[in-house]
Design a binder for this molecule. Structure first.
Ligand code: F6P
Length: 533
């Protein structure tokens, strides 16, 4: 079967399942949990609460075969130039040792890793220190992939952090650096400038501000309190960062896939080289699974198929990502970049308009907080919003808190799936005034039939975090293969950057002539308000 036929074959299954409720699917098959879940060691993905049945899943697996998912995966691992528009491979798996050492370009990965981990250990031990003493704090200056990964991981691994405190500044809004710097001692703070290109406007502006902040306190010694992570070694030198504190990586690592190398430096400083390596080991375990498990048991493949089922067969445009783990509070933001910058694409690898709707809108907040903000809409709004739950069986702050957390997570997925019928609502209110029951019943009825997938693992330790991130990376890759888009470029961010450059003198001068009427009007209004202030 070819790709077009395999996509078309989903249609009848979707029609059948749109008409079937999750209540009915569960009533018809008591073994759904076993049939529609898959595991790798202690990690289980339960997608039994998705609106799928066996024939539909078989059709999705046929789609994966028709789209050559395995061949695409193997091409990536073999170092082929899968990033077609930029003519380079995507070898982030090499950063965790999952790519054969003879693949061109990866030979110096291990040595580079040892170098930045040795620096992390030197900062931790005080062997590399500021003149005023060992570093107490590290400020990472970066944005996008040079921020979201390490910021998310440092937060997730907070229970393992026993080194200098890690802080993150990304926004060009001066408030970000100012708020982070407030309360830090510039004489004991290490600043890492993290930028693949070392040209990103936000990062370079914040880096200059940080350098001035250090210099005000320590004068010429400021340079010794700065390090850089970049593929642009010449750019780092021009900025004045000594080569021994510049940690390189390679153009074959996409920004949003770069946490595993020196971009992870602030995490390594916070938790230490041993924990950092455990995170890499977790990712490598998922790589091995992705590279070898049959499609029908392959977690990233299955989650990707669930994703395209939701997006294309069912037509649901967004996904709520809800970690029931406070320390994963930056995980939705991280996955937003990973997924939406990778698969927010409108043309195929060959440049033709893509035939299906591609990347969904990803959004979310940790549970249980989310229950008290937007879950009302998930339960009773007019749109179906499929939800991904993430839960650990054990947590450092365990006890009754964790039992309550877990119970709430399972409760939400069950409530979304099965709802509460009007008859059940009426039965609950039995004995009350019949007019009152009539009035309230529609409001208190839950339609249910709202799908979710739950990812459950033992605990959120460095190994499990690495495994979880790699699961999402590979899921995004498989979806790109199904849609036939290139997940490794991001041309869509360029226009705004160029426009901002053009607009800078207009905003400075207050003269927006030459721009469209709306922009010119806003420039004038901005200038008037600034003048007034
Ligand atoms: O916003 C686009 C982008 O290129 C991202 O892909 C990237 O992660 C981010 O900017 C930061 O880029 P750099 O690491 O080169 O500063």
């Amino acid at each position: 079967m070819d790709r077009t036929a395999a996509w078309a074959a989903l249609g009848p299954h979707a029609d059948r399942l749109k008409a079937a409720s999750l209540r009915e699917l569960f009533a018809a098959d008591g073994g759904r949990f076993d049939d529609f879940s898959a595991s790798l060691d202690d990690l289980t993905a339960d997608f039994s609460k998705e609106k799928l049945d066996r024939p539909a899943l078989d059709a999705l697996l046929a789609l994966a075969r028709a789209c050559g998912v395995e061949a695409r995966r193997d091409a990536m691992a073999a170092g082929e130039a899968v990033n077609l528009t930029e003519g380079r491979p995507a070898l982030h798996m090499a950063l965790r040792g999952s790519v054969a050492p003879d693949v061109p370009g990866v030979a110096d990965v291990a040595a580079t890793r040892e170098r930045f981990l040795a620096f992390a250990e030197a900062v931790r031990s005080g062997a590399y220190a500021a003149a005023a003493g060992p570093f107490t704090d590290v400020v990472n200056i970066g944005i996008g992939g040079s921020d979201l990964g390490p910021a998310m991981a440092a937060r997730a691994l907070a229970p393992y952090a026993d080194g200098p405190r890690a802080h993150f500044v990304s926004n060009v809004d001066g408030a970000h650096f100012a708020d982070v710097a407030r309360g830090l001692d510039p004489r004991r703070t290490l600043v890492i400038v993290a930028s693949k290109t070392f040209t990103t406007l936000e990062t370079m502006m914040n880096a200059r501000t940080a350098r001035a902040w250090l210099a005000e306190a320590v004068g010429d010694a400021a340079g010794a309190q700065m390090a850089a992570v970049s593929t642009n070694i010449a750019g780092c030198a021009a900025f004045g960062i000594e080569p021994e504190r510049v940690f390189g990586f390679w153009d074959w690592v996409g920004g949003r896939y770069s946490l595993w190398g020196a971009i992870g430096l602030p995490v390594a400083i916070a938790v230490g080289a041993t924990r950092f390596r455990e995170m890499l080991d977790g990712a490598a375990a998922m790589d091995r699974h992705f590279l070898s498990a049959p499609l029908a048991e392959n977690l990233p493949v299955l989650l990707a198929l669930v994703g395209v089922w939701r997006r294309d067969a069912m037509g649901w445009p967004t996904v709520a990502l809800i970690p029931y783990d406070q320390r994963l509070d930056r995980f939705p933001a991280y996955v937003q970049q990973l997924d939406m910058e990778s698969n927010g694409k409108r043309v195929t690898r060959g440049g033709a308009p893509v035939a299906q709707a591609t990347g969904p809108v990803i959004w979310g907040e940790p549970g249980t907080n989310a229950q008290h903000s937007f879950f009302q809409l998930l339960h009773q709004g007019t749109d179906v919003i499929p939800t991904d739950f993430i839960l650990a069986a054990a947590a450092p702050a365990g006890g009754e808190h964790h039992v309550a957390l877990a119970a709430n997570c399972l409760a939400q997925s069950a409530a979304l799936a099965f709802g509460l019928t009007e008859a059940e609502v009426r039965a609950e209110m039995a004995g009350r005034d019949p007019a009152e029951i009539d009035r309230l019943a529609p409001h208190r009825t839950f339609p249910g039939d709202r799908p979710s997938t739950t990812i459950l693992q033992r605990r959120l330790d460095p190994f499990a975090l690495g495994r979880l991130i790699a699961l999402f990376e590979h899921k995004v890759f498989v979806q790109a293969a199904l849609w036939d888009v290139n997940p490794f470029d991001q041309w869509g961010v360029e226009l705004g950057k160029a426009m901002a450059k053009r607009l800078t003198p207009a905003v400075e001068s207050g003269d927006g002539s030459g721009f469209d009427a709306s922009t010119a009007g806003l420039v004038a209004r901005l200038a008037a308000l600034r003048g007034g202030a």
